[in-house]
Design a protein around this ligand. Structure first.
Ligand SMILES: [Zn+2]
Length: 201
């Protein structure tokens, strides 16, 4: 039996989402058939407004609602520290761990030659501009401990050394984080410990 075109179309869209296979996509589509139309319209609006209502921070590239995100606008935070993470969700995880009060830089991915992702596809190079005035005392590299995350950390370390800011310390988050782990999924205690136990890189 061939499914109606609108259902097939919806299934195809769901399949594009991470972690959703054909079976789950089908289940979701049929589930939605039972949801009242007003509810569906609300969901649809949430989808279409997602991009319109969010902006990437012009300084750190975190997601926010204005040109500067909440973290960058908060002058009570330590303006001499930048923690580099791959994704906004990593930033949120670190914020929940509640013992880091510095700034961030979100690269929006990791260097992955196999997937044709190089530094130019990511927000990496503008980190140089943020350190060039010499006001930053420490960069904490909190990219994931995957192969791609390590390659990204190594690239950034070399790039920073190339700028040659005197007294700038580069450290790497690590202790307690299993190899291959995503920062996003680490629990708060592990993240706190990993931050506290960061080593010079
Ligand atoms: Zn920001």
């Amino acid at each position: 039996m061939r499914l109606p075109k609108t259902i097939r179309n919806l299934i195809e869209q769901f399949e594009k989402l991470p972690g959703i296979g054909p079976k789950s996509a089908q289940r979701l589509a049929f589930y939605l058939l039972h949801v009242p139309e007003a509810e569906l319209e609300k969901m649809g609006r949430a989808f279409s407004e997602l991009k319109k209502g969010t902006l990437l921070c012009e300084v750190c590239h975190n997601v926010g609602e204005g040109e500067r995100c909440e973290v960058c606008s908060d002058m009570t935070r330590d303006q001499r520290m930048i923690c580099v993470v791959e994704q906004p969700l990593d930033l949120i995880a670190l914020e929940k761990s509640n013992n880091y009060k510095g700034l961030y830089h979100v690269t929006h991915g990791a260097i992955s030659p196999l997937n044709n992702i190089g530094p130019d596809q990511l927000f990496i190079k503008d980190l140089k501009d943020r350190i060039s005035d010499g006001k930053i005392a420490e960069i904490i590299l909190a990219t994931n401990s995957t192969m791609e995350g390590e390659a990204t950390a190594m690239f950034i370390k070399k790039m920073i050394e190339g700028v040659g800011v005197r007294g700038l310390k580069v450290s790497r988050i690590g202790l307690g984080l299993p190899v291959g782990a995503d920062i996003e999924y680490a629990d708060e205690t592990t993240l706190s410990r990993a931050l506290a136990g960061r080593g010079e890189y």
